[in-house]
Each structure stands twice: as C-alpha cells, then as structure tokens.
Design a protein. Structure first.
Length: 449
C-alpha cells in the first residue's frame, strides 16, 4: 500500500487492519478499566500501541495527559518506537521508577521540603551494608529490605509479615534494617525503593499534591502489570484517581519477580481499583513460537493448581523440542557449546540459564571452541547470546538452548513460571539440557515431548 493511500485511510482501518479479533476488541476499548491478560507471544505490544494510537488519532484522548508505563528502559523504548510509527502525536512513555522519581522531585520542590535526597544505587547500598554489618550477608540484607519496602512492610510490622517473605530472614535483620535507614537519613540519601515510599507519604499527607498528580493523567496504560509491587500499585491508584481510562496489561504465568516484591494479585484483582466499567480480555493466540514449543510450554504449566492462560498456536510450523540429561555440569556445558558451534548463522540463537554462575562456565566452553558470543546483561553484540532467564524476559530468538544446571532453587510455583518463560522465548527450536534434580528447574519438565 502506498504511503499517500495509507494516510487517507480512516485511523481504525489503518491501525487495526493487522490485528486479530481479540486484539481488535481490546484496541477499541476506550473508557473505564481494561484488564488485558496477554499470553506469551500474543501481540501484546502491537495491541496496546494500536489502542493508544487509535484513541489519539480520533481525538478521544489528550496526548499531554496520556501515559504509557513500562518496567524497563528497553520495554519503554519499544513502546515509544512503535507509537512513533503509528501516530505523530506524542505522549509520555516512561518506566515506573522514572515517572515516580520525576513526580517526587517536582512535588518535593513545590512543597518546599528539605533538600532533595541523593539517590543511592544498589552497589552503593551494598557497600554501606558491608561496612556496617560485616558479619551479615549484604546481598541477603538488601534483598530482604527491598522486598519489605516493595510490599509496604515496615520494620515494626516485620514479625507479622515474616511468613510472607519468599526467603529466610537473616538473624538481626530488624536491627540492621533500622540502622541502615538511619545511616541513609544522615547521609541525606535514599535508595530506589524509597522513591515510591516517599512519594506515597507525600500523596497521603498533601491534598495539593494529590490534586496536582491526578490532574496529570486522563488515560494510562501499564505494561507487565504482573510484575507490579504493592508500593507501585498504591502509587498508580493515586495517579489514576481522576483518570477516565486505565489499561493494565500482563500475564500471571510470567510472574517471575516475587523475590523483589512483585505479585500478579494486583493484575488478577484489578476490578474496582480503577475507573468503571471494568472489562477483561485475554489474548491467547501465540504468534511467536512453533506448535511443538507451545505444546511443551503449556505442558510445563499444566500440573499447576493455578488457572494460567493456555496458549493456542497461530503459526503453522511445527518446530522442534529436544531434551538431554547429564550427570554433571561439565558434560552439559560441553554439549551446549557443541550445539552453539553447529548453529545456523542465519538464525538468532541464545543460551539461557537460571544463574550467572552457570553462564560463566558456559563462556569458557564457548571460548575453547572459538564460538563468538555476547552477554545480554553487558552491552556486547554478535554471535551466540548468553543470558539469565530473568534478563531474557520479553525477548525472543529462533533457537534457544536452555541450560538447567546444578543450582539449588526455592521450591515454589515461581520456579515453574521461570521455566515457562524460558521455553516461550524460542520461535523455531528449543533444546533443553538438564541435570535431573528435585532442586532445580528440571523437576517441572514434561515427561514426554
């Protein structure tokens, strides 16, 4: 279709022509709350950007009061890029943290509070904890503190909430946490999780702040809402208190950040939290993966007592899934390197593992065979891409080599979802290499192909 002819088309015909019936239904929703349960590879980003662009093109939404919120810079960039190709109207596209930080800074200055605190990165927080509590594990301390803050648990509520922590709390945690907060305060500093807590404190105490914030948003879309924390959800309710349209998008089967305070509960129980009327639509057609990969992924979730979305294949290709077991990690790593060495250079390929420790061992095997590789979490490019499963969420490759190594992991439903997320990154071929154990992801593997 020529560019001029496309420009003359009505917005709905131009923007929704490539969507399937369920996607179109979601994209036409304007008012109230839309809860979009979007399975892996179901065209979530295309659906929500088409919805936003259509409302803007038809003049239903004010661009200056329309926002799209993502959880990572990469996801925000993707949303912004797709929107710019659909409409010339500009809206605010931001990460949750970035938007909250800008709101906090603005309200802080307007309310003439004390000097704005400096922001400590996680590495600075770890250094402070190591120096102050040399006998305790700084990473464990910081993880527990971050979970508690994200879950809106205070030191005084610690004992009551102890049973909900996704890990065992280190001895002396309460005293260490309280001292950590005093030291930050003395330094005039805050950590990333304080952004939401301080913003909530201001919004709860200041009517002026609430009015200022609520006037900023009329239409809000939040991606990856299964990863939202209690603190983020509470902030969003203030942001959308006067909004006419709210869309929360996510997939409970891809919730893999519970250790950081995330919960799919807020997505699954969104009714009543945002403006009426409420509508829930599920996208289940998978346009990413071949049929055999989808069958395998569905089989990973099937034994669960939770009612996850069951994907339906939209592609005709069958694809392939293979699995091989090993008695030790050395043999497994050699096989992974061999598969990567014999790759099709025309196809994208990734090796995914549960832990960075396993990735480091794989790098040595790849290097010994002169196989070029790059690391997703460190800005390199080319060859086979190595990544943890968590960092690979939202991405896809033609072929995925999934390495299930020797790590001991929590016996939880989240581990099943982590395996599911890994499987659904593959488009054409999935190779599963594992060491059989009740203490790693292999316990969730389907028995048959």
């Amino acid at each position: 279709m020529g560019l001029e002819k496309e420009k003359k088309m009505k917005p709905e015909a131009r923007l929704l022509s490539s969507l399937d019936p369920c996607q179109k239904e979601a994209a036409k929703q304007r008012e109230g709350t839309l809860c979009l349960i979007a399975g892996a590879g179901s065209g979530k980003t295309m659906t929500v950007t088409s919805r936003i662009a259509l409302a803007l093109e038809e003049g239903a939404w004010n661009p200056s009061k329309t926002a799209a919120i993502a959880f990572s810079n990469q996801a925000a960039l993707s949303l912004r890029s797709k929107l710019s190709s659909m409409t010339e109207k500009k809206i605010r596209v931001s990460t949750f943290h970035s938007l909250a930080f800008s709101q906090l800074r603005r309200l802080w200055s307007l309310l003439a509070l004390s000097p704005f605190p400096s922001l400590m990165e996680d590495k600075d927080c770890l250094l402070l904890l190591r120096r102050s509590f040399p006998l305790l594990s700084a990473p464990r301390l910081l993880s527990a503190i971050k979970w508690a803050k994200s879950s809106l648990v205070s030191p005084d509520e610690l004992e009551e909430a102890r049973g909900f922590f996704p890990f065992s709390l280190p001895s002396g945690f309460k005293e260490a946490w309280e001292k950590y907060e005093r030291m930050k305060s003395e330094k005039g500093a805050m950590d990333f999780d304080d952004i939401f807590l301080l913003l909530l404190r201001i919004l709860k105490s200041s009517r002026e702040a609430r009015q200022m914030v609520s006037r900023s948003f009329e239409s809000v879309t939040v991606d990856e809402y299964q990863d939202v924390s209690a603190a983020q959800h509470a902030v969003l309710k203030f942001w959308t208190s006067s909004a006419e349209s709210v869309c929360v998008v996510g997939d409970p089967s891809q919730t893999i950040y519970s250790f950081a305070g995330s919960s799919s509960w807020f997505l699954e129980h969104a009714k009543g939290d945002f403006p009426p009327p409420y509508r829930q639509i599920s996208l289940v057609s998978n346009y990413r993966s071949a049929r055999e990969i989808i069958r395998w992924a569905n089989s990973v979730l099937a034994p669960s007592s939770k009612k996850y979305v069951r994907l339906q294949p939209a592609l005709r290709s069958k694809g392939s899934v293979s699995k091989e077991s090993f008695s030790d990690f050395s043999s497994l790593a050699k096989r992974a390197a061999e598969l990567a060495q014999n790759r099709d250079n025309e196809k994208s390929i990734a090796i995914l593992a549960r832990s960075r420790r396993d990735l480091e061992a794989l790098k040595k095997e790849l290097s010994s065979r002169s196989v070029p590789f790059s690391d997703l979490e460190r800005p390199q490019a080319g060859g086979v891409l190595l990544s943890t499963i968590h960092a690979a969420k939202g991405l896809e490759w033609d072929r995925v080599i999934l390495v299930i190594g020797t790590e001991k992991v929590e016996s939880s439903e989240e581990e099943r979802r982590i395996l599911y997320v890994a499987c659904t990154r593959a488009k054409e071929k999935l190779d599963v290499l594992f060491i059989p154990s009740c203490q790693n992801l292999s316990r969730f593997l389907p028995f048959s192909l």
